[in-house]
Design a protein around this ligand. Structure first.
Ligand code: PMV
Length: 359
C-alpha cells in the first residue's frame, strides 16, 4: 500500500504559534464497516451520509517547542480538562507521527465540544478524530503552502482513519465511500472519497432523526467489536455481501429507487447487529425500545405508503431516515409517537450535510 504521498516533507517555513478551529461532522453508514485488519484497513468498502447538525468543534493552539519524542498535548472537553480521553489521542498521535513529523515540535492545547449531548450513545469518535485531523492539516498548510485543498481533504481523511475507521468518512459530504471498490473510481482503503456519481434528487437534504433510545455507555467498544469479526463463522460472506450491497446502492443512489434503498439500508443495519449476535462473545445491542421503534416504523410505512426507514449503529439508538418531501408528516409521527420510546423523549433532527467547515 502506497502511503509515501502522505509523509510530510520538511520545509523551510517556520510557524511559532497558530490557533485553528474546525467543525467536522458525524456520519451514518448505509453500508456498514465492521471488521478490519492492521493498520485500520477495512475488510469491506462502506458508504455513509455525512450529517449536518451532529458535529464536533475543535480548536488546537500550537506553540513551537524543541522536538520531543512523543507528542505533547493537553485536552479539554466542553471546557474541562479530560485526562481520561488522553490515551486514545496519544495513541492516535503515535500512529500519525510518521506522516506528520511536525507534531513532535509543538505543544498542542486541544479544546473540543460536541453539538450533541454528551453520552448520548452517538459515536463521537468520527467527528472528534476528523476535527483533530483538519486542525493538523491547517498547520501543515502553513508549513507547506503549496498543498492543495484536495490533498488536504485526502490526507485529513487518511489521518482520521488512523484514529477511528469511520472518521475517514467525516471530512467531506454528502456521501462518502471508504474502502477499495471496483465500481467506485479512485476509492481506497486508506481514505474516504466523495461518492463520484450524481445522486438522484430524492436523496437531496435527506433527513436523519436520531432517536436516543439508550444513552448508556457503549456495551462493545469498537476495537472489541471489530475484533469479533476474526474467526467469525460468517465473516467472509459478510464482507462479500457488503461489497455487493455497495455496488447495488451505487445504482440505487443514482436512479432514486427508494424502495430498494429502504430494503438495502434496513438489511445492512440488521446484518450489523446479526454479526454481533452470532459472534463469540456475543452481544445484543438493541434494547426493547429499539424493536418497538422498528415495528412502529414498519407499521407507519405500510399504513401511509411512506418511504420512512431506519438504520442502526453499533448501539440501541435508531436513525430514522426519510426523504425531505415527507419531513412534515414524519416529524409529527416522531414527536407524537416514536419520542415515547426515547430516554427523556429525546431525539435529534438532522439531515445530510456537506462536511468539514473552518470556524
Ligand atoms: O470507526 P469505528 O472503528 O468506531 O467503527 C464504526 C463502525 C460502525 O459505526 C458500526 C459502522 C460504520 O461503518 O460506521
Amino acid at each position: 500500500m502506497n502511503t509515501a504521498e502522505f509523509k510530510f516533507q520538511s520545509s523551510n517555513k517556520s510557524v511559532q504559534n497558530l490557533s485553528v478551529t474546525w467543525q467536522t461532522p458525524s456520519n451514518i453508514a448505509l453500508v456498514k464497516y465492521w471488521g478490519k485488519s492492521d493498520p485500520q484497513i477495512p475488510k469491506n468498502a462502506s458508504i455513509s451520509f455525512t450529517l449536518n447538525n451532529c458535529h464536533t468543534t475543535t480548536t488546537i493552539e500550537f506553540s513551537k517547542i524543541a522536538k520531543n519524542e512523543n507528542a505533547q498535548f493537553e485536552l479539554f472537553f466542553e471546557g474541562k480538562k479530560k485526562d481520561d480521553f488522553k490515551p486514545k489521542i496519544a495513541n492516535f498521535f503515535e500512529r500519525i507521527q510518521e506522516y506528520c513529523s511536525y507534531i513532535l515540535e509543538y505543544n498542542m492545547v486541544i479544546s473540543s465540544e460536541n453539538s450533541f449531548p454528551h453520552s448520548s450513545g452517538i459515536a463521537s469518535s468520527a467527528s472528534g478524530m476528523s476535527a483533530i485531523a483538519m486542525c493538523l492539516m491547517s498547520l501543515e498548510k502553513q508549513l507547506s503552502p503549496n498543498i492543495t485543498e484536495s490533498f488536504i481533504n485526502k490526507k485529513a481523511s487518511f489521518l482520521a482513519r488512523l484514529g477511528s475507521g469511520s472518521a475517514s468518512r467525516s471530512i467531506e459530504g454528502p456521501l462518502v465511500v471508504w474502502g477499495k471498490h471496483a465500481k467506485i473510481e479512485d476509492s481506497s482503503d486508506l481514505f474516504g472519497v466523495k461518492f463520484p456519481y450524481k445522486a438522484h434528487p430524492i436523496f437531496e437534504n435527506y433527513c436523519d432523526t436520531i432517536l436516543l433510545v439508550d444513552k448508556g455507555e457503549k456495551q462493545v467498544s469498537s476495537t472489541v467489536g471489530h475484533n469479533l469479526m476474526y474467526n467469525h463463522p460468517y465473516a467472509e460472506q459478510r464482507f462479500l455481501q457488503a461489497n455487493n450491497n455497495l455496488e447495488k446502492l451505487t445504482e440505487i443512489l443514482q436512479n432514486g429507487d427508494i424502495k430498494n434503498f429502504i430494503n438495502l439500508v434496513e438489511s445492512e443495519a440488521l446484518t450489523l447487529h446479526a454479526m454481533m449476535l452470532t459472534s463469540n462473545p456475543y452481544f445484543i445491542l438493541m434494547k426493547p425500545n429499539t424493536l418497538e421503534v422498528i415495528n412502529k416504523i414498519w407499521e407507519y410505512r405500510n399504513e401511509n405508503d411512506s418511504n420512512i426507514c431506519f438504520t442502526l449503529d453499533a448501539g440501541a439508538n435508531v436513525h430514522v431516515l426519510y426523504p425531505n418531501s415527507e419531513k412534515t408528516d414524519i416529524e409529527l409521527f416522531i414527536k407524537n409517537d416514536l419520542a415515547n420510546y426515547c430516554q427523556k423523549n429525546q431525539y435529534i433532527c438532522d439531515s445530510v450535510g456537506l462536511g468539514a467547515k473552518p470556524q
